[in-house]
Design a protein around this ligand. Structure first.
Ligand code: ATP
Length: 199
């Protein structure tokens, strides 16, 4: 396989936007959030194990994990969060490995992993770490605009994630996605691609 790039950044930093550009440049993008979502969707491979561990109340009427209820349970409760992660992480590992195995010879693989900084396992699976960074106020504004969450809810999520300094400390490259037109952001990604991947 080609270079394995771990792409990370806080909520609303611009990871998905950067990932789309990397895909356009030829990378195989593996979106770990999408994988986790599929595992906990109706009929998802993790649903039965979650019901067994947390009780049938954690499953919504449509057969998916009840996300709002689970978020409320694990929020600020590390032991509960760890129980959920003990179910999900091995499944995410397996599913992302299967996706990555479909890369063409030499094709760069981008793993979009929001919590890469928090995970030694993920850091060990990539050759380079690319961090997308911006001010917290910018994260809040973007997420409020995109999803209609309250600013408070976004701030609480930011507080639970790694800090900007922690992310920068493990980065091989940082893209500062602040006051950038999308075309400028694309140009930054293209430059990095030229540096790391295209020969
Ligand atoms: P999350 O972790 O919440 O999934 P993310 O890090 O993947 O977020 P994106 O979805 O890429 O972030 O970006 C968040 C929002 O901000 C999107 O609506 C995106 O279009 C917008 N956005 C990101 N970067 C820029 C930019 N440079 N200029 C304008 N809008 C931007």
């Amino acid at each position: 396989p080609g270079l394995r790039i771990g792409l990370t950044g806080g909520i609303g930093s611009g990871k998905s936007t950067v990932a789309r550009r990397l895909a356009a440049l030829g990378a195989l993008v593996v979106d770990t959030d999408a994988v986790a979502h599929a595992l906990t969707a109706p009929g998802g491979a993790a649903v039965l194990a979650i019901a067994a561990a947390f009780g049938p109340d954690m499953i919504a009427a449509d057969g998916a994990m009840d996300r709002a209820r689970m978020r409320a349970l694990v929020f600020g409760q590390p032991a509960q969060r760890q129980r959920l992660e003990a179910i999900l992480h091995p499944m995410i590992g397996e599913a992302t490995r299967a996706q990555a195995s479909r890369a063409r010879a030499g094709q760069a693989i981008v793993f979009d992993v929001p919590l890469l900084t928090e995970s030694g396992t993920w850091r060990a699976r990539v050759d380079r770490v690319l961090v997308v960074d911006c001010a917290e106020a910018t994260q809040v504004a973007r997420v409020v605009q995109r999803s209609g969450w309250t600013a408070d809810a976004v701030e609480r999520t930011i507080a639970q994630q790694a800090s900007r300094a922690q992310r920068r400390a493990i980065a091989d490259a940082v893209i500062v996605n602040e006051d950038l037109e999308l075309a400028q952001l694309d140009a930054e990604v293209d430059a990095l691609w030229g540096h790391w991947v295209a020969k």
